[in-house]
Ligand binder design. Structure first.
Ligand code: ADP
Ligand code: MG
Length: 238
């Protein structure tokens, strides 16, 4: 098996007054092909963890090895390049460009990695078909349902064939029918081998994942300690 994420004693404090210890030191290992849900209430440190996992922010302690690369040794440009090529993001707010069609929104994600506009479009069409939107290629976001918009955002996260897709509350803005459609897509992608980490406060979303950890007041604890088959481990520091 290939280890994609290895966190060793990773923690984060915000140097505000007073200091906020948003994430207590955590060990976490994620293998290629896993679908991990990180579940916890609002303010528990979920987005902090996602931002560290996604190289959007730096920890205040610990070591992070992503796809075999010790990212704590990298400079900002290398981190940005690694993130751009190997990590896809899906957020609660879909962050689509309103005056661009679905296929344009997805193709734009390849702007800095794929010089050929034709290749960018071809890849975007494929990604949109993968999320069941082959019939909505030229639709503008304003004409799409929330679930469709989030599937465009998922296609955009996927189009560069990342090693890891990180989702922060992907169904947080959706009604239950649209949330189910999005979860079905995530399920299909994971069945196809895409490695997912989904951050959520919704236990129903967490139930769909292969493995779960809980986070509360910045402390990550294993949610299913008896699920031996999963290589995912999380524990609070001793
Ligand atoms: P969640 O995503 O689970 O709602 P967050 O990770 O956003 O939680 O926040 C965890 C804690 O860290 C909260 O107490 C929040 O107020 C605090 N926090 C988050 N971002 C910052 C920041 N940039 N500066 C200071 N405190 C922050
Ligand atoms: Mg959050």
């Amino acid at each position: 098996m290939t280890t994609i994420v290895e966190l060793r004693g990773i923690g984060k404090s915000y140097q505000t007054t007073p200091v906020v210890h948003a994430l207590q030191p955590v060990d976490l290992t994620i293998e290629a092909g896993d679908w991990l849900a990180v579940v916890g209430p609002s303010g528990s440190g979920k987005s902090t963890l996602l931002n560290l996992l996604g190289l959007l922010d730096r920890p205040t302690q610990g070591r992070y090895v992503f796809a075999g690369v010790d990212v704590s040794t990298l400079g900002e440009r290398e981190r940005t390049a690694l993130r751009g090529r190997r990590i896809g993001f899906v957020f609660q707010q879909f962050h689509l460009l309103p005056h661009r069609t679905a296929v344009e929104n997805v193709a734009l994600a390849l702007l800095y990695t794929t010089p050929s506009a034709g290749q960018r479009t071809t890849a975007a069409v494929q990604a949109l078909r993968r999320v069941g939107l082959g019939h909505r290629l030229h639709a503008l976001p304003s004409t799409m349902s929330g679930g469709e918009r989030q599937r465009v955002a998922i296609a955009r996260a996927l189009v560069g064939a990342p090693d890891l897709v990180l989702c922060d509350e992907p169904t947080g803005n959706l009604d239950s029918a649209n949330a189910h459609a999005v979860l079905d897509v995530l399920n299909d992608l994971n069945a196809d081998g895409v490695t997912l980490i989904v951050i959520t406060h919704d236990p129903d979303v967490a139930a769909r994942a292969r493995s779960r950890v809980h986070i509360r007041d910045g402390s990550v604890t294993s949610a299913d300690p008896r699920s031996a088959p999963s290589a995912t481990t999380a524990k609070a520091p001793a």
